[in-house]
Design a protein around this ligand. Structure first.
Ligand SMILES: C[S@@+](CC[C@H](N)C(=O)[O-])C[C@H]1O[C@@H](n2cnc3c(N)ncnc32)[C@H](O)[C@@H]1O
Length: 327
């Protein structure tokens, strides 16, 4: 029986019994299936610490810091180490993570230096609504709607895993007219015939789910991706891929090793920024990771990969939003 690609990806990554993040992922970094900017270099954490210092000067009443999707806990450890004792103690530190295995690793690394939660809405309610929030490489793990331009319209990719080989099928997509309005790809024709593209409806729904609980603070989003249409320039098959033991998989390989490999897609920052604007959040910065990290002026030569705008430093983007208390 065919299912939408979205439902396949949600099961493969987040099924409570067999999903990659729920059960399989043991660690992130050299010994895991993939590394992140935070496990490769302290530079991102040092830059986030600088961002927190600047934001807390503008909003000194905010006393809680939440990292969402903290991986092996290294990023928060670096952020805490970069701040001095007094700055560190000013804040209460929280982590929101859906993976039990990774939460255990974070607890081993950070001990009593954080409090753990399983969803952002309840974490915000627990602390009274005011927080500085940051996340790195979180959104790319959210399930996508996979579309293909076919016969002069966007069609949705379904997958049938019932036979010997996984089979993809194209069917009309289920997005209604109002939903379509919030996605940039519906606003101009595709770049190439049979172009594939991913929609992060799950990210939009996630933002909307906890936004009413956030009363004041700032949020820093770091992830790979680009604005539209640059995101799909020279990428006719879209940005979807899987990782298993640092090997990149594409096409039919995405349907192999279900629940044992990470599946990910780039973030469309045109969509993301417009969803944040609709929620009334003020955008205070949008830059490449390279530009963001240069601001922290760290000169460790081992960390230059994040400053390379032709490599990871350019592929990753950073966006900062503020939510002000009503006057
Ligand atoms: C790719 S890892 C990034 C880890 C870390 N931020 C870093 O930079 O090394 C994604 C993290 O997000 C967590 N995660 C995935 N979906 C989540 C969700 N909906 N809410 C909270 N955490 C989630 C995973 O368990 C994992 O810790």
């Amino acid at each position: 029986m065919p299912e939408t690609f979205t439902s396949f990806m949600a099961r493969a990554l987040h099924d409570p019994q067999r999903g990659y993040y729920a059960r399989r992922v043991q660690t992130i970094g050299a010994k895991g299936d993939f590394s992140t900017s935070a496990t490769l270099s302290p530079q991102l954490g040092q830059s986030i610490a600088k961002w927190l210092q600047a934001e807390s000067r503008s909003m000194p009443h905010v006393r809680h810091i939440i990292e969402v999707g903290a991986g092996n806990g290294m990023l928060m450890e670096t952020v805490q180490k970069t701040l001095n004792w007094w700055q560190r103690r000013r804040f209460h530190w929280h982590i929101v993570d859906t993976s039990e295995g990774l939460r255990n690793q974070q607890k081993q690394r950070l001990g009593k230096r954080a409090t753990w939660h399983t969803d952002l809405g309840s974490a915000l309610k627990f602390i009274g609504g005011e927080a500085f929030i940051y996340h790195n490489e979180l959104l790319d793990a959210f399930p996508v709607i996979l579309l293909q331009w076919q016969d002069h319209e966007w069609q949705e990719v379904y997958v049938d895993l019932g036979g010997n080989q996984p089979k993809e099928l194209l069917m009309p997509h289920a997005l209604n007219m109002t939903e379509r309005d919030s996605f940039s790809i519906f606003q101009q024709p595709p770049l190439t015939a049979n172009q594939r593209a991913e929609l992060h409806l799950s990210v939009r729904d996630w933002l909307q789910s906890w936004a009413p609980c956030w009363t004041a603070g700032s949020m820093l989003t770091v992830d790979y991706g680009d604005v539209f249409p640059a995101l799909y320039h020279r990428r006719p098959r879209g940005t979807l891929r899987a990782y298993l033991m640092h090997q990149r998989m594409e096409g039919a390989e995405i349907y192999q090793n279900i629940g044992r490999q990470d599946i990910t897609a780039d973030i469309n920052f045109t969509d993301y920024r417009s969803w944040a604007a609709v929620l009334g959040w003020q955008e205070t910065m949008f830059s490449t990771q390279a530009e963001f990290c240069k601001l922290s002026k760290v000169s460790d030569h081992q960390t230059t990969n994040l400053l390379d705008s032709d490599g990871a430093g350019g592929a990753f983007k950073v966006v900062s939003h503020r939510k002000q208390k009503p006057a």
